[in-house]
Design a protein around this ligand. Structure first.
Ligand code: NAP
Length: 267
């Protein structure tokens, strides 16, 4: 007897009717993920600090027939995370997926870097995850919802970088660790937690590598030289993995850092 997933494999990727919170939705990854889910019939609550960019993303989502709720907040506190959850519940009645697409980097060599700059990277990339996980995870456990979490790591969670990345590399190492510990802590609730770890793809975060900045250009070239597939990433390269991790296809996958990096970490 052929099981339903084998008879209809695309049903494994069905996200229709699911409701997602996406932080950093004004950014390259957040926007693309929100659009991908909405295009497939998902409902998305998009969060970010930039009102104008949020409105633009919301308009794009509506243009593909998607349902969207807008929350003008970054995950700077538990109150912010709770406000995103409350808005999503008011708009759609349930939340099934959490995508933490917000993130930040401030490169600087440690002998020149101020502690505040290091802390800002850790706060945006690590504390933000903790607030979102606490708010949404508490709701899922109470409501017995088998939610799905996608965090954004980086090849920098595993590799150092000579370009002044004490904050960024440490924050992504912590993201990898949070991925594993949340996955194991929540496994008994049926909640899956995974991370996507790309190498450089074009976004606001990496714009400094695509301009005249000498350190930026050197950083980009060094990444490029290490990528066996011979090019940098584009955000579309990440959407297959995002959809996999947010759909029933990944129900037996948790605690994993998924490298979508053109082979960077293979060499
Ligand atoms: N691009 C890459 O090459 C690359 C590679 C590996 C991993 N990643 C990771 O992928 C994730 C998404 O990055 P992206 O490339 O899509 O970047 P992006 O285009 O810059 O988007 C990130 C979003 O995060 C929000 N944000 C910025 N600073 C923040 C802060 N201090 N606190 C909270 N939120 C802040 C911004 O939205 P608002 O201003 O609207 O709040 C921004 O739109 C990040 O975790 C990043 O580290 C990126």
């Amino acid at each position: 007897m052929i099981s339903e997933p084998l008879r209809n494999p695309l049903s494994l990727f069905n996200v229709k009717g699911k409701s997602a919170i996406v932080t950093g939705a004004t950014g390259a990854f957040g926007r693309a993920t929100a659009l991908t889910l909405a295009s497939l019939g998902g409902k998305v609550t998009i969060a970010g600090g930039n009102k104008k960019e949020l409105a633009d993303v919301a308009e794009e989502i509506r243009s593909v027939g998607g349902e969207v709720c807008v929350v003008e907040r970054r995950p700077d506190s538990l109150e912010d995370a709770q406000a995103m959850l409350d808005a999503a519940l008011a708009a759609f009645g349930h939340v099934d997926q959490l995508v933490v697409g917000s993130g930040y980097n401030k490169a600087g060599f440690i002998h020149e870097l101020a502690l505040d700059d290091w802390q800002a990277v850790m706060d945006a990339n690590v504390r933000g995850i903790w607030f979102m996980a606490k708010a949404v995870g508490t709701y899922w456990i109470k409501e017995k919802i088998k939610g799905k979490v996608v965090l954004m790591s980086s090849v920098r969670g595993r590799h150092g970088n000579i370009s002044g990345y004490t904050g960024y590399c440490a924050s992504k190492g912590a993201t990898d660790s949070l991925t594993r510990v949340l996955a194991t802590e929540w496994a008994k609730h049926g909640i899956t937690v995974n991370a996507i770890a790309p190498t450089v793809f074009r976004s606001k975060l990496t714009a400094w590598m695509f301009g005249d900045d000498e350190l930026g250009q050197a950083t980009k070239q060094r990444s490029l030289a290490r990528i066996p597939l011979g090019r940098l990433g584009e955000v579309e390269d990440l959407m297959g993995m995002a959809l996999y991790l947010l759909s029933p296809a990944s129900d037996f996958c948790t605690g994993q850092v998924m490298y979508v990096d053109g082979g960077f970490t293979a060499g």
